[in-house]
Design a protein around this ligand. Structure first.
Ligand SMILES: NC(=O)c1ccc[n+]([C@@H]2O[C@H](COP(=O)([O-])OP(=O)(O)OC[C@H]3O[C@@H](n4cnc5c(N)ncnc54)[C@H](O)[C@@H]3O)[C@@H](O)[C@H]2O)c1
Length: 251
């Protein structure tokens, strides 16, 4: 399958985890890549690896998703690189757990800034290019957007906001030919999953909702869904919050 031949795809969070797996999948399917991350060295290595393996044309960009004007500037610079933008994949994000009443204000603000403001700003800047290309957006939300989970109120709120933004864009820009979809993974075998910190004294009974019915997913399984939603095969799919969570949110 070469679903992304002649397409230019911007992936944020491309240095690691789901973002890197998505970039790899797009590269395997013939796309040109704009790889963006806060980790400059790692995103450069990601691009070099993909070019070596797939002869991928790419460019890398360093940005901090918590900075809205910086994020908009990154999207503008990225779209200028190949002179077009067909797909925006917003995958950069952070997670963390606290007793809600103890979460420091700066940690709350950083969570919202990276997970929500960054997504909003990059969509804003990308939309005129996507109108031009009749392109689409895939935003990485989470199963956490759909559940009441202990200790992660801010993370859950941030991902619910990502779903809400996605739905609104799907409606507002449908007449311009833009699709917008969100993906809601459960546990995925990445850095975030293994390093997320919870309070030392969690009540294990309250953690049940964080566990899927199936073992943890691999990043490439999420990337496969990103690639489907971003491709023309999903021409009739917009505004969805697509769960890939091993049954975690089955009611
Ligand atoms: N891993 C999971 O279990 C899981 C589940 C549901 C949703 N998600 C979501 O998937 C997305 C990707 O996470 P992952 O699991 O691949 O984790 P990861 O830590 O492997 O990757 C996150 C990437 O985002 C980048 N990043 C972090 N802060 C940034 C910032 N301020 N600006 C720009 N880039 C930044 C990191 O450098 C990293 O490359 C996140 O939005 C996360 O919330 C992950």
């Amino acid at each position: 399958m070469l679903r992304f031949r002649d397409k230019v795809v911007l992936v944020t969070g491309a240095a690691a985890g789901i973002g890197y797996a998505t970039a790899k999948r797009i590269a395997e399917e013939g796309g040109r890549l704009l790889l963006a991350d806060i980790n400059g060295d790692a995103v450069k290595r990601a691009g070099e690896t993909l070019r070596a393996a797939h002869d991928t044309e790419y460019a890398t960009f360093v940005f901090d998703a918590s900075n809205m004007s910086g994020t908009r500037a990154m999207v503008k610079q990225a779209a200028a690189h190949f002179g077009r933008l067909d797909v925006l994949c917003n995958i950069a994000g952070i997670a963390g757990g606290w007793h809600t009443h103890e979460m420091p204000e700066d940690a709350y603000k950083r969570m919202m800034a990276i997970n929500v403001d960054g997504v909003f700003a990059s969509c804003q800047e990308a939309i005129p290019y996507l109108i031009e290309s009749k392109g689409n957006i895939v935003n990485m939300a989470s199963a956490s957007s759909k559940q009441g989970q202990a200790y992660t109120a801010a993370y859950c709120a941030s991902k619910a906001a990502v779903v809400a933004i996605t739905r609104c864009l799907a409606v507002e820009y449908a007449e311009n030919g833009i699709r917008a979809n969100a993906i809601c993974p459960g546990g995925v075998n990445t850095n975030i999953h293994h390093t997320i910190e919870f309070p030392k004294d969690v009540n294990p009974k309250l953690m049940d909702k964080l566990y899927p019915l199936f073992p943890i997913a691999e990043p490439n399984e999420i990337a496969a869904a990103v690639a489907y939603l971003a491709s023309d095969e999903a021409r009739y799919v917009t505004g969805v919050d697509f769960s890939i969570d091993g049954g975690q949110t089955v009611s």
